[in-house]
Design a protein around this ligand. Structure first.
Ligand code: ATP
Ligand code: MG
Length: 221
């Protein structure tokens, strides 16, 4: 489903070149729960951005469903992001003026799903993440763990095959972080959605079907 082949990514800070990834290869299919572990600056976010079609490699290939991401037009890239991928971020990235229900509904407004179908899908997902009572609350009135549950429901509402989560538990206490991972794992098992998530925390690898360790832009395992 997703193939990363010998990927190198350079950034430029003025004239200075930063090597964020230096020859990374990995691939995965459906039903996977993959942890990318590594210290700050090791390239985790860069790798997730490349898999998420948010950027393209300096050299090497990223292929999604057998298509090279560097050969896609902007419109094809966004179509792939909207239909095939879901995103969860460390800082939740919810829209503050929208309720939990409206935040989850939002990606569907772009995809022509009818109002009735939207209501069904959003309610079912809020139920699934345990927030049916909080549907009308705005993010300000939710705890960190509840906000991340809204973000998970939002990532799933378009029924993606793969969800990319960049340090989804970094802003949560360890008990809440564990609950969020349990929820992601449950969705992985019940819906077959693949998850790829990054973390600083080596303990989290016990949840993963595969663990990759990144250090200085190189995969150690
Ligand atoms: N847009 C950018 N411009 C220049 N350098 C960048 C940019 N994004 C990342 N880098 C550099 O690339 C390297 C990898 O960064 P990346 O954000 O992928 O690491 P990370 O593992 O996600 O770190 P963290 O755990 O702190 O989020 C770092 O040296 C970083 O400074
Ligand atoms: Mg990062």
């Amino acid at each position: 489903m997703i193939e990363v082949e010998n990927v190198v990514k350079h950034y430029y800070l003025g004239k200075r070149q930063v090597v964020a990834l230096n020859g990374v290869s990995l691939h995965f299919g459906e039903h996977e729960f993959i942890a990318i572990i590594g210290p700050s600056g090791s390239g985790k976010s860069t790798l997730l951005h490349l898999i998420g079609c948010l950027d393209i490699p300096t050299s090497g290939l990223v292929k999604i469903l057998d298509k090279r991401t560097d050969k896609l037009s902007d419109a094809e890239q966004s179509a792939l992001r909207n239909k095939f991928l879901g995103f969860i971020f460390q800082s939740f990235n919810l829209i503050p003026v929208l309720t939990a229900f409206e935040n989850v509904e939002y990606p569907l407004l772009l995809s022509g799903v009818t109002r009735k179908e939207r209501k069904l899908r959003v309610s079912a997902l809020l139920n699934e993440v345990g927030l049916e009572e909080h549907a009308q609350h705005r993010p300000d009135n939710l705890s960190g763990g509840q906000r991340q549950r809204v973000a998970i429901a939002r990532a799933l509402v378009t029924r993606p095959k793969c969800v990319l989560a960049d340090e989804p538990t970094a802003n949560l206490d360890s008990v809440t972080g564990t609950e969020i991972l349990d929820l992601m794992k449950k969705i992985n098992v019940e819906h077959g959605t693949s998850f790829v998530f990054s973390t600083h925390d080596p303990k989290i690898s016990q949840y993963a079907s595969k663990t990759y360790v990144l250090k200085d832009g190189v995969l150690l395992s």
